[in-house]
Design a protein around this ligand. Structure first.
Ligand SMILES: [Zn+2]
Length: 505
């Protein structure tokens, strides 16, 4: 057996053995997209990494509840408490309902995530569907003295929170005094706040604001909308409890989003860090620069699949993209390049060829098994165990992929000389092939992606049909017709030429 799973916790800045709060149950929350535009490749890294994490936890026989939200309200243009709602702004420009914008991009996002092999989360809560829970949470935070109302909006009171001995900034290692010093110049326009560090839990909707709900805050009907940070605290609390196991997200969400989430949850009835383990995936860069919409420096997921981006010379399949994202450890940055993607395509196809090889690994009939297989057994067992060791070491998929290639090299050796299979016991061989299959397909989630197009293969077959006919090899002609018929295809051979059609039988 290999060691158990260890994960790096941003809160403690240490790797530690993963121990669920209530084994065998494990709660995982991942911050989902703000659905105001198409996701870029950088946005796909978190979902792919946490898909592998939940798949692996399930492989370890935990009962996982995986929640990945949709932010469809409250995320403002400047990522803080000012400016228009990102979705509202697009809706206004297109003269459609904000929910049409959100729905369209949610559907696209989910289709892309499925294409990338991410299993649908167990719960996909939308912020707009949890307004009641969010209002309740604001009231609770106010009742505990950690929030105040100002002109119909409600702000989290960071100084009061810290005065009570809590530590705003502990996740991102920020010091309140330094944050204050850095924000002095920004006080203008934030006069509703007592301190520039305070952040909105609820914002009063001005006349222009499209998405609004009645609330008990300000003058009746108190119309407004929730703050972005509050959504994740309220939704994770509803579905995973006040304290749960793992909260994930991109490194760019650590501050202020996750810092605020922790403060909100702590300011409620439970002194909790919301999640016990906070995991952050690193960013994707293009030419060393962070991939970001704000910087105009990004490749959308559709562009990656179609190749229509000036950084790319060709299209890349979803599984190539998934392999590309997994061949680095999630805490390392990854620079996206054509060369890197091409290499990922090769690596992915090598792993797939490995899958096709497994069934062929059989000792030729009549070959005697060796009397003592212990040395080879031990070697093969070690190669298989190494594949798990990578994952157990803070979900190091890069190491696991390297170990899978080592295992595959060994298995390829057996395939080339099947009689050498006599050196290994059938049980150990079965274990090793099961490890390969399980890790590649079930845990890394890499599925076989047909490379050849069915129409091109059909065209090729019809070419051989034509050749056989020209050579008057009618036996071959009939053979090809019958074989295609088996596939539901009929050959249309007429004066105008040879074509095919679906069988209508
Ligand atoms: Zn979030």
């Amino acid at each position: 057996m290999t060691q158990p799973l260890s994960l790096y916790n941003t809160l403690t800045r240490q790797k530690a053995l993963f121990e669920p709060l209530n084994a065998p149950f494990v709660g995982v929350y991942l911050c989902g997209p703000t659905v105001y535009s198409e996701a870029h490749v950088g946005n796909a890294r978190g979902p792919v990494v946490f898909d592998v994490l939940t798949r692996y936890l399930r492989h370890l026989e935990y009962k996982v509840r995986y929640v990945r939200n949709i932010t469809d309200v409250g995320h403002l243009v400047d990522d803080a408490d000012e400016g228009e709602d990102k979705i509202g702004r697009i809706a206004r420009a297109r003269q459609v309902e904000p929910m049409e914008v959100a729905e369209g991009y949610t559907n696209l996002y989910q289709a892309h995530m499925l294409a990338l092999g991410c299993l649908p989360p167990d719960i996909t809560p939308r912020a707009s569907g949890h307004i009641i829970e969010q209002i309740e949470m604001v009231q609770q935070i106010m009742a505990n003295g950690f929030a105040y109302e100002s002109n119909g909006s409600v702000y989290f009171d960071v100084p009061a929170y810290n005065a009570a001995g809590r530590a705003y900034g502990k996740l991102s290692n920020r010091v309140v005094e330094e944050l204050l010093a850095g924000s002095r110049d920004n006080l203008t326009g934030q006069d509703e706040k007592r301190s520039p560090l305070d952040f909105a839990l609820w914002k009063r909707a001005d006349e222009r604001h499209l998405m609004r709900w009645p609330s008990p805050f300000g003058e009746a009907p108190g119309e407004g909308f929730p703050g972005w940070h509050l959504e994740c605290s309220a939704m994770s609390r509803k579905y995973l409890g006040a304290e749960f196991d793992i909260h994930g997200g991109g490194l760019d969400l650590m501050f202020p989003h996750h810092e605020c989430e922790i403060a909100q949850s702590q300011a409620c009835e439970h002194p909790t860090n919301e999640a016990r383990v906070w995991m952050h995936n690193n960013m994707i860069t293009i030419n060393g620069q962070k991939m970001s919409k704000a910087l105009g420096n990004f490749i959308t997921i559709s562009q990656l699949f179609s190749g229509e981006n000036e950084v790319l010379t060709q299209s890349y399949s979803p599984m190539t993209a998934r392999f590309f994202l997994l061949q680095a450890h999630y805490r390392s940055p990854v620079d996206i390049t054509d060369e890197g993607l091409l290499a990922a395509g090769k690596g992915y196809r090598k792993l797939m060829n490995g899958l096709r090889l497994l069934d062929k690994l059989q000792l030729p009939e009549g070959t005697e098994a060796a009397a003592d297989t212990s040395a080879t057994d031990a070697e093969l067992r070690k190669l298989a165990a190494d594949c798990f060791a990578g994952l157990n070491d803070d979900l190091n998929t890069a190491r696991t992929i390297a170990s899978l290639f080592n295992l595959l090299r060994k298995l390829n050796g057996y395939a080339a000389k099947p009689d050498t299979l006599a050196q290994v016991s059938p049980e150990v061989l079965a274990e090793a092939t099961a490890t390969y299959r399980t890790l590649v397909q079930d845990v890394l989630g890499l599925r076989d992606e047909p490379r050849a197009r069915a129409e091109d293969l059909l065209g090729l077959t019809l070419h051989f049909y034509q050749e056989a006919k020209a050579a008057k090899d009618y036996g071959k002609v009939d053979e090809i017709r019958a074989a295609l018929k088996q596939q539901g295809i009929v050959v249309k051979d007429s004066k105008t030429g040879i074509d095919w059609a679906y069988s209508e039988e």
